[in-house]
Each structure stands twice: as structure tokens, then as C-alpha cells.
Design a protein around this ligand. Structure first.
Ligand code: AP5
Ligand code: MG
Length: 187
């Protein structure tokens, strides 16, 4: 199965992808984590991506496309993959379709995790205290939320037409949400 998590910053994509990965054995890949790693290692990709990330903006498709193709073509992804935080734009969704289509696969489920905005901000401010992620500042959090609403949320319509969107209420305990995801996927 190829499953993608779509939801605003702080909705729990990373948390739930890790749990679902343990449950299903499918690898989970986050473009955000890959980009943060590239920034830390000061690779060409990292140098290009950094200022966008620090401003809470999407890294341009022209930069992300190669990364997505690399992830989906990798041997680990051939048996299915959990996509945490991608695709995020229509062009990325088309790139995912092309890469999966090349091996007669498709996006089987889109998990849309919904959490009220006040809760999101509270979670991210909490994480900033614990982990110090450079884009977890109040101003950048607001920008990331706006970017999600404007650029990524509309993408759900692309998948709704195919009937693969599963709506997951994202408040409650981590375990309760994992249970909802398992039920929605028929696990
Ligand atoms: P990315 O790393 O994807 O960040 P994001 O979408 O802003 O989401 P987060 O990782 O902040 O939140 P999450 O939904 O994973 O929640 P988490 O489980 O951590 O992207 C970062 C940046 O990289 C982007 O802004 C962009 O610049 C760039 N980028 C990445 N992918 C891109 C792409 N495809 N195209 C272009 N640019 C891209 O949970 C959050 C916190 O809440 C944690 O502390 C967690 O412990 C806590 N928590 C989780 N669940 C619960 C719960 N049920 N109750 C209470 N607390 C909870
Ligand atoms: Mg994340």
C-alpha cells in the first residue's frame, strides 16, 4: 500500500507515520526530515532549501521533484511506502503518480488529519521548547499554517475525486488517533 499523510503543521503526520510504519512494516519517509538532514549536512539541496524552510515557505517544486522521485524509485519503497508531508502541491502529486504508475502502483489512501488551529500552535510551541526546530517560531508557525491552507489543503480535491481520502480527527491521545487510522485503513 502507498499511503500519504496530508495535514497542517503539527497535526501529527510524523508521529502517526512512525506508528503506522511499525504496525505495517512499510517504510515511512518525510520530505521535511530529508530536507532538515540536507540542511544540517550543508549539501547542495540543503543550501538551496534552507531559506525557504526558515521562512515557513514550501521549497519550490523544481528543487523537490528530484527528491520525491529518488524516494519513490528507491528499492525500499518498492513494496509500498508511507509518505509523510508529500505531495504538497499539484505538480508534486503528479510526480508521485508518475513514479508509482511506472510500477503499476498508485496512492491507495490519503489520510487527512484534522486538528483545530489553536491546538496546532500549542503543540508546535511545545515542541519548540523540547527540540528547538528552527521553523517552530510563532511567526514561522503562522506562515506554515497559511501556506498549508493556500497551497496544500486544495490538493485533497485531487484525491477526493478518486475516493481515496480518509478523514481522521486528529485530537485526542496519540494512541486513539493511531486506532482511528488503523480502523479507517481496515487493518
Ligand atoms: P515538515 O517537516 O513536513 O513539517 P510540517 O508539515 O510543518 O509538519 P510538522 O513536522 O511540524 O508536524 P507533523 O504533522 O509531522 O506533527 P508531529 O507528529 O511532529 O516540513 C517542514 C518544511 O520543510 C516545510 O515548511 C517546507 O519548507 C519544507 N518541506 C517539507 N516537505 C516539502 C514538500 N513536499 N514540498 C515543499 N516543501 C517541503 O507532531 C507535532 C508535535 O505535536 C510533536 O511535538 C508531537 O509530539 C505532538 N503531538 C503529536 N500528536 C499529538 C497528540 N495527539 N496530542 C498532543 N500532542 C501531539
Ligand atoms: Mg513532521
Amino acid at each position: 500500500m502507498n499511503i500519504t499523510f496530508i495535514g497542517p503543521p503539527g497535526c501529527g503526520k510524523g508521529t502517526q507515520a512512525a506508528l503506522l510504519s511499525r504496525r505495517t512494516g512499510l517504510p515511512s519517509v518525510s520530505t521535511g526530515d530529508l530536507l532538515r538532514d540536507a540542511v544540517a549536512r550543508r549539501t547542495h539541496l540543503g543550501i538551496q532549501a534552507r531559506s525557504y524552510m526558515d521562512q515557513g515557505l514550501l521549497v519550490p517544486d523544481s528543487i523537490i521533484m528530484g527528491l520525491i522521485e529518488e524516494v519513490l524509485m528507491s528499492p525500499e519503497a518498492q513494496g509500498g511506502i508511507l509518505m509523510d508531508g508529500f505531495p504538497r502541491t499539484p505538480a508534486q502529486a503528479e510526480a508521485v503518480d508518475r513514479a508509482l504508475g511506472a510500477r503499476n502502483a498508485r496512492v491507495d489512501a490519503v489520510l487527512r488529519i484534522d486538528v483545530p488551529e489553536d491546538d496546532l500552535v500549542q503543540r508546535l510551541v511545545g515542541r519548540a521548547r523540547e527540540q528547538g526546530r528552527s521553523d517552530d517560531t510563532p511567526e514561522t508557525i503562522r506562515q506554515r499554517l497559511a501556506v498549508y491552507r493556500e497551497q496544500t489543503a486544495p490538493l485533497v480535491a485531487y484525491y477526493e475525486d478518486r475516493g481515496v481520502v480518509l478523514d481522521i480527527p486528529g485530537t485526542g491521545t496519540v494512541e486513539a488517533i493511531a486506532e482511528r487510522i488503523g480502523t479507517a485503513l481496515g487493518l
